[in-house]
Write a protein that binds this ligand. Sequence first.
Ligand code: NAD
Length: 430
Amino acid sequence: MNIGIAGTGYVGLVTGVCLSEAGHHVTCLDVSPEKIALMKSGKSPIYEPGLEEMMQRNQAAGRLTFTTEKTEAYRGKDILFIAVGTPEGENGHADLSFVKKVAEEIGDTIQDDAIVVTKSTVPVGTNDQVEAIIRERAASNIQVHAVSNPEFLREGNAIHDSFHGDRIVIGGHHQPAVDKVAECFSSFGIPIVKTDTKSAELIKYASNAFLATKISFINEIANICELTGANVEEVAEGMGLDKRIGSQFLKAGIGFGGSCFPKDTKALTTMSAEAGYEFRMLNAVLEVNELQHNKLLEKADAENAIEKGVKAAVLGLAFKPNTDDTRESPAIRLIEELQNRGADIIAYDPIATEKMKEVFPDLTYTDSLETALQDAETAFIITDWAQIKETDPSYFKEKMKRPVIFDGRNCFTVSDMKKHGIDYHSIGRG
Ligand SMILES: NC(=O)c1ccc[n+]([C@@H]2O[C@H](COP(=O)([O-])OP(=O)(O)OC[C@H]3O[C@@H](n4cnc5c(N)ncnc54)[C@H](O)[C@@H]3O)[C@@H](O)[C@H]2O)c1
């Protein structure tokens, strides 16, 4: 099929690359000329394992092109995908301005009937709005069908998830359009759930909110463990063996971040409130997460570990490993608080330092763990990168001036760290 995609971020670019890998001809559009120029030269603007190689292969095969020209991306295509951002807007609403702009641009550009698929995470009813906007602006003889196809990929595993995801959800009210979108993904061999538009839109929010709930739940259990002497890892293992519960997303830590869970849980509470329903449990999930982001700081304060001028290493800036995405990373709050307390901060991440420079341009950064740890008086582990969690505990002892570690991801066993003489504080393990 001939496919056009609006937006070449984490979702749009991965979708474009994977659809071209599946044999489709894909044209990716972005408003950023810098990004398009970079991709034309074979470089990915985001870090995602395996993405750049697959992108180059499909560019060379002539199945994948990049453009800033709307006519090139939107005309003569079997399917158009919208994959632009829907960041947190006012009062927790999803900001739909980018999606609506794309809908206007599609309406102004198309000359033939169009199937327009929204991959962006959007509140219930948005696809109907997208369809109405396009219809209003396109010529009256043009048929437009909006289809919802929310994305479930995980950053850091995006290529794998695109080809081996648990399900593909396709929602729409025009069956031939839904079938056409299903056909586009048919070679992926992933179970396809066909449903109505509104249910598809809500499946995405409900899924993210449920996962966020699991995280806040286990974090509260971790807090109870700290007060009672139980060990959250043992508790999670014992719980997770029950198939009704499942073992995934039961890892205690300093809370969820990233560009999806925080904004999507907020958007769902807002959406619910506007529909006349108070989503009490989800409000609590968000509150618990806020408190959890402060956990390491509370522990450090209890130990008087952050005096003015103390050399503090922040280990990991990305909101999770294998991505350069720092949006809503717990590292942001921690760095702000360390700055407020006058700490001498050095921030380490193997990949994400450039993205964090957009938030803290004047911070000292390094992509060397050794440089970060050298003479540090305290270290905060924020991201469980392999480079961090596979470090031998003796290395911390050897490099740091004062081996005091606050680990927000439980990367090490308490007994190992103790054996190496490290003053080690983690989550929910006494
Ligand atoms: N990042 C994830 O892991 C993930 C997973 C599932 C769903 N989602 C959802 O997918 C959507 C996209 O997320 P993302 O992380 O890829 O966003 P992103 O911010 O990384 O990328 C959005 C891209 O759209 C481009 N853009 C903006 N306006 C445009 C326009 N008019 N025409 C063409 N391009 C335009 C931007 O320049 C940017 O490159 C969001 O709704 C998000 O919630 C994200």
